[in-house]
Structure formats: structure tokens, C-alpha cells
Design a protein around this ligand. Structure first.
Ligand SMILES: [Zn+2]
Length: 112
């Protein structure tokens, strides 16, 4: 396995639908530039991690699959549902910093 899938995603952009306004086309172009930049940063970070820590592409892909399956579906998306309180195990909205049931501080993920 390899990280070629990242590059392959970039090679198949969705063409703007016919009738898209110039503003919509510009927004799509801007978003594509942002995706390209994020992909480049992600690949650079992975290269550093792989080279300095010695992780493998297989380990990366296993983690990607684990994250993908965290919502029960292997659909290429990360759905961020409620988070469980580490104290009472009840679900809380991700916007809360403290459990609404017991007041326990809830650790926020760096990715929301
Ligand atoms: Zn709680």
C-alpha cells in the first residue's frame, strides 16, 4: 500500500457544473488550491514522520481506515458525532468544554 491515493484524489477534480456562475467557478478554483496546499502539507508532514520516526505507509493506511470506521462506515469521511464524557460516559455535544451531566472537563480534539 502507498500514499498514492492522496495524489490520485487530486487528479480527478469535479468539473464545474454547466451554468455555474463565475463566482461559483472562482470559489471552486480557490477551494481546489486550498486542497492542493493541504495535500502538500499533509504529504510533507507524513514524509517527516515516516523518515524521523520510522512509521510505514501501511501503518498510515491502517490509521486512516481506523478513523474512517470510527463512525461505523468506511465511506472516506470522518463524521464527528457526540463525544463521550470520560467520567460518566454520557454523550455530549462537541461544542461543550464540560460534561452537561456531571461537569467533568472534556478534552477537545485538535480536529474538532
Ligand atoms: Zn459526565
Amino acid at each position: 500500500m502507498s500514499i498514492v491515493w492522496m495524489s490520485s484524489m487530486r487528479d480527478t477534480p469535479t468539473p464545474p457544473r454547466s451554468g455555474a456562475s463565475a463566482s461559483e467557478t472562482s470559489n471552486v478554483r480557490h477551494l481546489q488550491q486550498q486542497v492542493d496546499r493541504l495535500e502538500m502539507i499533509c504529504e510533507a508532514m507524513w514524509s517527516l514522520l515516516r523518515d524521523k520516526v520510522g512509521e510505514s505507509d501501511e501503518a498510515l493506511m491502517a490509521k486512516v481506515l481506523e478513523l474512517d470506521l470510527s463512525d461505523g462506515q468506511a465511506d472516506g469521511k470522518v463524521a464527528r458525532g457526540p463525544q463521550k464524557c470520560p467520567n460518566c460516559n454520557r454523550p455530549n455535544s462537541r461544542r461543550h468544554e464540560f460534561c452537561i451531566y456531571c461537569g467533568q472537563p472534556i478534552r477537545k480534539s485538535a480536529f474538532g
